[in-house]
Design a binder for this molecule. Structure first.
Ligand SMILES: Cc1ncc(COP(=O)(O)O)c(C=O)c1O
Length: 431
């Protein structure tokens, strides 16, 4: 970790103190002043907080709506918001501008992209990860069913190792064992453990087996830089409400490599039509020659405006995804050091190597659920994934080093005081 400039090198013991965290905050950049954050907010990988810029962008849209009414579609730039936001996000994912569009929700994008590429692929099964977010598997199973295929036979899972990691070699081995795989769908960052997978190596393995490959990047876009075009990824999806801070239910994003532009999307709709002739209202669908073809209906501008505001904030402050990644790694380093030293009762499920972790840290404890409740009562906002994972996300936009220290300190106090015993164990449905 970087030392505070102008000071004698910090010792390991220094780095565990709140004074060090405060000095580090004073020396580092942050966008915290632009955000309204409820408590010590370690949930940026679930729902990013509101920013002044997001709020202002919504107000601007409301004003346009009030003043222009339907003319907004012709007199303002509403018509192209999906493409415009996409081209602004393209540098974050290493894509050409026409390879990214903001549209739909992540789950809808999984449906349309898995559906499209399952049709285009040579093989007929889909290789997924055992530890995927459930919606990914629901969508894959549904798409297999739509093709008259048995989802139990058509969905093949790569299993994780004893240390909960999944390696590119495991994906390659699964492809060797299942030569009929047509589409590989993997997470960039595992939503529970926070492990960052090797996208380049997985893409190479998939292509070597003549399979198409896509990634669910919900837990990486906005905090980990990607290079989709150079690596040759076929498609990707992600959420707008996590590290991109686009607000609850924000529009999602998708990437489609140029070599697939012009392909018929599985969920075709008029907003994905070739732009120049969209309003000719032709009987037959002509896909846009860009990722824009995977839009479906009218873009949800109210779910897009906050994202537009956040991108303005990044531009105004000159914040790049590389800078966000550097700060995120420093914050998670500090969190891992503190957890290792002060929370020995917890097992750290996140890999320690910087190139193997995303933006959040998973701590395992049998009382995870009740610890989450007790932390919330102390204004430390974390989330819990059953049965035993507490996730802490020091999002680089708005969380500081002192916040990380405070979160771990509160965690320590909850354990010391057995404060979790004041809460009921989880009932039927935990988050
Ligand atoms: C990894 C991952 N994939 C997919 C989704 C589903 O996103 P949505 O509910 O926006 O469709 C989520 C939601 O948290 C997620 O974390």
């Amino acid at each position: 970790m970087t030392d505070t400039p102008g000071e004698a090198p910090d010792t390991d013991a220094d780095r565990l103190t709140r004074e060090w965290a405060e000095r580090r905050d004073a020396a580092d950049w942050s966008l915290a002043d632009a955000f309204d954050v409820p408590g010590t907010y370690m949930e940026g990988n679930s729902l990013g907080p509101i920013s002044d810029h997001a709020e202002a962008a919504v107000e601007d849209l409301l004003t346009e709506w009030r003043e222009l009414g339907v003319e907004g579609w012709s007199e303002s730039d509403w018509f192209e918001w999906g493409e415009r936001l996409g081209s602004r996000i393209a540098p974050m994912v290493g894509a050409h501008e026409d390879e990214v569009v903001c549209a739909n929700s992540t789950t809808v994008n999984l449906h349309t992209l898995v559906g499209t590429f399952l049709r285009e692929a040579e093989g007929s099964t889909v290789l997924v990860n055992e530890l995927d977010f459930p919606s990914d598997h629901y969508a894959v199973r549904a798409q297999l069913r739509e093709r008259g295929l048995d989802p139990d036979a058509g969905l093949i899972q790569v299993e994780s190792r004893d240390d909960r990691t999944v390696r590119a070699e495991d994906v390659a081995a699964a492809l060797d064992a299942h030569p009929e795989v047509g589409v590989v769908l993997m997470p960039s960052v595992l939503y529970r453990s926070g492990q960052l997978l090797d996208i380049a190596a997985i893409t190479e393995a998939a292509h070597a087996h003549d399979a198409l490959v896509g990634f669910d990047c919900a837990h990486s876009v906005g905090v980990v830089p990607h290079d989709f075009a150079d690596v040759g990824v076929d498609f990707a999806v992600w959420c707008g409400y996590k590290y991109l801070n686009g607000g609850p239910g924000a529009v999602a994003g998708l990437y489609v490599n140029r070599r697939h532009h012009g392909t018929m999307p599985s969920l075709a709709g008029w907003w994905g039509h070739e732009k120049a002739t969209q309003f000719e209202m032709n009987e037959r669908f002509t896909p846009a020659e860009s990722a824009g073809a995977w839009q479906i209906g009218t873009p949800p501008l109210l779910a897009m405006a906050p994202l537009r505001g956040v991108l303005d904030l990044f531009d105004e402050r000159g914040v790049t995804v590389e800078a966000l990644r550097e700060r995120s790694l420093a914050l998670t380093d500090s969190l891992l050091d503190l957890a290792g030293e002060r929370l020995p009762e917890c097992e750290v499920a996140t890999p320690r190597a910087p190139d193997e972790r995303g933006g959040h840290v998973a701590l395992e404890h049998p009382e995870a659920y009740r610890i989450g409740e007790a932390l919330a009562a102390r204004d430390v906002v974390v989330d819990v994934r059953p049965p035993d994972v507490v996730r802490l996300c020091p999002a680089p936009t708005h969380v500081g080093f002192a916040d990380v220290w405070d979160a771990v300190d509160a965690f320590r106090a909850v354990l010391d005081e057995a404060a979790y015993e004041n809460y009921e164990p989880p009932g039927g449905g935990v988050t």
